[in-house]
Write a new protein. Structure first.
Length: 324
């Protein structure tokens, strides 16, 4: 037994027993297995996020100033993934530096047209492009490269709000809007137990984009660490408009506000983030009141659009201004 004190502790401490030592090849195999499993989990989340957000983007096309043809495709390159998942992505899907089709949403225009995983979308300059390429914004046909052959495919795609929905690998339960995209973390995907809850989050962040909050609040997060007198009205508006967005997409509003109770319970710090205005209780109760408003409109057969303040009705024809 060797005793050490102070700073030299790590240098002269010894152990008297240890775990068995695996071989290098065993370690390599286990590391590969863990990466493969992590990638499969990530891919499943990516698919779920696309499936849940697509109806929200489509159902609100007429309320969004920016729209594009919704083919129902998600494209990817190796760089679409966090660094530590890129090798697993390459092994599993042979993805490299060229944009290829990753997901084809069931029932979408691309699905009906027979587009498949691995197909390459060719833009107007004859080069592979992502699904968000400008040249595809209102296309009614797609130029596809499949196994070295070029094919032209006609599609009948309906418009959807033109905002990407991105999955970010992070242990923080959060979601963001940046004016161009809605970003949801993997921890949020785990936390949002139902598709309805996730639609509430996507609707909220979409509303930050469509209501042009980004230049006003710079960076909006679902659990706003920056909640101040300035950002609070934007959070309230995004909760309200986002609820309409998810309702219009056909999601179930019943009890969806409980998301905020669960969040408060799991992260008590978020209950009173703002000194004088409890965050999670206020959001839960206000959303519950807005749910009643939406349900009353539904029952009356009225159009599901938010009630705007007098003189504040939006002009959907006007292009959004996000500043520089
Ligand atoms: Zn927000």
């Amino acid at each position: 037994m060797v005793f050490c004190v102070g700073l030299v502790l790590t240098a002269c401490a010894t152990v008297e027993t240890r775990l068995p030592v695996p071989s290098a090849s065993q370690l390599e195999l286990e590391a590969t297995n863990q990466e493969t499993e992590a990638f499969a989990r990530y891919l499943k989340m990516r698919e779920r996020l696309d499936k849940i957000s697509a109806p929200v983007l489509a159902a609100n096309a007429e309320l969004c100033t920016k729209t594009r043809a919704d083919f129902g495709i998600v494209t990817h390159t190796k760089k679409s993934y966090p660094k530590h998942l890129r090798d697993a992505a390459a092994r599993r899907l042979a993805v490299g530096d060229t944009h290829t089709v990753l997901l084809v949403r069931r029932g979408s225009a691309a699905h009906k047209a027979g587009i498949k995983r691995g197909d390459v979308l060719i833009g107007d300059k004859g080069k592979p492009v992502s699904t968000y390429d400008k040249s595809l914004k209102s296309a009614d046909s797609l130029h596809i490269r499949r196994a070295g052959k070029d094919i032209n495919v006609s599609l009948n795609a309906d418009p959807a709000c033109d905002y990407a929905v991105v999955l970010r690998m992070s242990g923080a339960v959060n979601a963001y809007a940046n004016g161009r995209a809605v970003i949801v973390t993997t921890a949020m995907m785990d936390f949002a137990v139902s598709d309805d809850e996730l639609a509430l989050i996507v609707g909220h962040e979409l509303a930050h984009n469509t209501m042009r909050h980004v230049p006003k609040a710079v960076w909006n997060t679902i659990i706003s660490g920056l909640a101040t007198r300035t950002t609070r009205p934007f959070e309230s508006e995004a909760d309200y408009v986002g609820l309409y967005y998810m309702a219009r997409a056909g999601y179930n509003l019943d009890g969806v506000e409980d998301f905020w109770r669960r969040l408060g319970v799991q992260y008590p710090k978020s209950i009173v983030r703002e000194k004088t205005h409890p965050v999670t209780p206020r959001r839960l109760l206000a959303i519950r009141m807005a749910v009643a408003e939406v349900e009353a409109k539904r029952a009356a057969g009225a159009e599901l659009v938010p009630n705007y303040l007098p003189g504040k009705e939006p002009d959907y024809e006007k292009e959004p201004d996000y500043g520089k």
